[in-house]
Design a protein around this ligand. Structure first.
Ligand code: NAD
Length: 262
């Protein structure tokens, strides 16, 4: 059983911050070359690449807007051209919008479905042929406790994350004989910019203070009363890339402090 990812190449979407960045750090720490997707300031991204390369691996950035399926496929093709192969795909880029369904802007619905679900479809479709040809692959999608349970005012996000699990199971079955595993990790609330940004909208939608949103809305669902850390999610992603996880496929791993047990 080995946890070394030396000579493996990983593409992690949405890795300029939050969970994706922690996953990129963990995979690079195990020896994988990494391509990080996502938006950000050029200086900050350059510093991140330098930091990743300090682990003795190659690192590159791709700033494509993944709400376009063509852009997702072009990103995968470029990564395969530049690095010669793609062994690990982490579908992690995601966005949120909070509003009652009757006020939910249709363009936000379309964008959230495009990024949180359809981008994973295009990414999987694009990486599977190379993985099949080499007989090894790891596809991991960051889903959410909202892939299992709903919360009010998050119709697009909950729908996309539920759909992502259907996609995960289907592609796991299609690739099971090829040394490829396809899984989802479903965190509860992780303390990242995505959570921080939705606090004002939740305050407005529910007429609550910031403290009430933190304690009575966010951590109300999480029986442990603690946020998940990005390092914990990254450690699970790394485990799914190991030989020890070769028989874990088509599953949705909850890391939610017991939220969806109730
Ligand atoms: P984050 O806001 O810190 O990071 C989001 C990343 O996605 C960034 O790198 C951003 O640049 C990128 N991104 C945004 N729009 C994009 C687009 N159109 N094209 C390409 N990249 C784009 O968020 P996070 O909290 O680390 O979330 C990462 C994933 O984890 C998401 O899929 C999210 O739904 C999921 N998740 C988060 C939590 C949480 O509590 N933070 C809980 C469960 C699941």
């Amino acid at each position: 059983m080995t946890l070394s990812l030396k000579d493996r190449v990983a593409l992690i979407t949405g890795a300029t911050s939050g969970i994706g960045l922690a996953v990129a750090e963990a995979l690079a720490g195990a020896g994988a070359d990494v391509i990080i997707g996502g938006f950000g300031e050029a200086d900050a991204i350059a510093a991140t690449l330098t930091d990743l390369e300090a682990r003795g691996v190659r690192a590159a950035h791709d700033g494509s807007d993944l709400t376009s399926g063509d852009a997702v496929r072009a990103m995968v093709a470029k990564a395969e051209r530049d690095f010669g192969r793609l062994d690990i795909l982490v579908n992690n880029a995601g966005m949120q919008h909070v509003a009652p369904v009757e006020d939910f802007p249709a363009d936000r619905w379309d964008l959230i479905l495009a990024l949180n679900l359809t981008a994973a479809f295009h990414g999987m479709a694009a990486v599977v042929p190379g993985m099949k040809a080499r007989g090894w692959g790891r596809i991991i999608s960051t889903a959410s406790a909202h892939s299992i349970a709903a919360s009010p005012f998050k119709s697009a996000y909950v729908s996309a994350k539920h759909g992502l699990i259907g996609l995960t199971k289907t592609v796991a079955l299609e690739t099971a004989l090829h040394g490829i595993t396809v899984n989802a990790i479903s965190p509860g609330y992780v303390w990242t910019p995505l959570v921080e940004k939705q606090i004002p909208d939740t305050m407005a939608a529910r007429g609550l203070t910031r403290e009430q949103v933190l304690n009575d809305v966010l951590l109300a669902a999480q029986p442990t009363k603690a946020f998940v850390t990005v390092e914990q999610v990254a450690a699970m992603a790394l485990h799914l890339c190991s030989d020890a996880s070769a028989q874990i496929t088509g599953t949705n791993i909850s890391m939610d402090g017991g939220w969806t047990a109730g």
